[in-house]
Design a protein around this ligand. Structure first.
Ligand SMILES: NC(=O)c1ccc[n+]([C@@H]2O[C@H](COP(=O)([O-])OP(=O)(O)OC[C@H]3O[C@@H](n4cnc5c(N)ncnc54)[C@H](O)[C@@H]3O)[C@@H](O)[C@H]2O)c1
Length: 255
């Protein structure tokens, strides 16, 4: 059976993917396009890099250079999808920047970076997207992390932002269920270009990380992580809201 004979899960849907120029984000964008969606990539990489990325991806994708940590950019980001494609069905809050440090060395700048690009960006984009998602009975997919769920050392600003995003997701899932808007999370483990480079530099440490994944490997952004995001964003998940989908090879098994 070739791809044309299979069901396109996201046909006629319009999505925004933040951090769509990065590791997991790019995998989501490619998979969403293959599933029939139209996509706006929002990222801070420069316009030329964004233009080069979309040039290789076809007609159903646009690039918007925007810093999601600035709350005032949220309305423009949401409007970009409506202007380009006439509607918004899916918001994927994937981008998140942070710096690692032990609690005793954590600075205010580290908090601002992680909460700004993670918790506040997710919150402001969700709010700005709400009116459009009500119209389309749309869906939001946010991003969690095992670092937050487990409380990994040296990750206090990242872990706190990720667990705040999980709380925001559950509150919105309750508040917006009556509007027909679903809100869920994916908690991934993925082999991004950054982690690949680290693994080449530190092969023993890398093998230790892989050893902690019951399925024995790190996920591929496009073929392992993106299908879980697409599922939660699609009508197949129409009875699922407020949930964290562990897309991590079994690393964390929720009771
Ligand atoms: N890779 C993993 O194994 C893993 C594990 C747990 C959680 N996650 C989560 O998955 C998501 C994607 O992770 P990744 O590994 O692909 O990250 P990445 O660092 O490879 O990509 C993040 C992208 O977000 C963009 N970005 C950063 N700050 C931004 C801002 N202020 N405005 C707009 N764009 C901005 C970056 O330019 C980059 O393209 C993140 O939420 C991350 O916390 C990843």
């Amino acid at each position: 059976m070739n791809r044309k004979d299979t069901i396109m899960r996201l046909e006629n849907k319009v999505a925004i993917v933040t951090g769509g120029a990065g590791g997991i984000g790019q995998g989501i964008v490619r998979h969403f396009l293959a599933e029939g969606a139209k996509v706006v990539i929002v990222d801070i990489v420069d316009q030329q890099q964004g233009d080069e990325l979309v040039a290789g991806l076809g007609d159903a994708v646009r690039y918007l250079q925007s810093d999601i940590s600035r709350a005032e950019n949220a309305p423009t980001i949401i409007a970009s999808a409506v202007d380009a494609f006439g509607r918004l069905d899916i918001l994927v809050n994937n981008a998140h920047a942070s710096k690692q440090a032990p609690i005793l060395e954590t600075t205010q700048e580290m908090w601002d970076l992680s909460l700004g690009s993670g918790m506040y960006a997710t919150f402001h984009l969700m709010r700005a997207a709400h009116p459009e998602l009500v119209k389309t009975k749309g869906a939001i997919v946010n991003f969690a992390s095992g670092a937050g769920i487990k409380g990994l050392p040296n990750q206090v600003t990242y872990a706190a932002a990720k667990e705040a995003i999980r709380a925001i997701t559950r509150v919105a899932a309750n508040e917006w269920a009556a509007d027909g808007v679903r809100v869920n999370l994916v908690s991934p483990v993925a082999l991004t270009p950054g982690i690949k480079a680290w693994g080449e530099a530190f092969p023993a440490e890398f093998q230790e990380v892989v050893g902690g994944v019951p399925l024995g490997r790190l996920g591929d952004p496009e073929t392992d992580i993106a299908p879980a995001v697409a599922f939660l964003a699609s009508d197949d998940a129409k009875y699922i809201t407020g949930q964290t989908l562990m897309t991590d090879g079994g690393s964390i098994m929720m009771p």
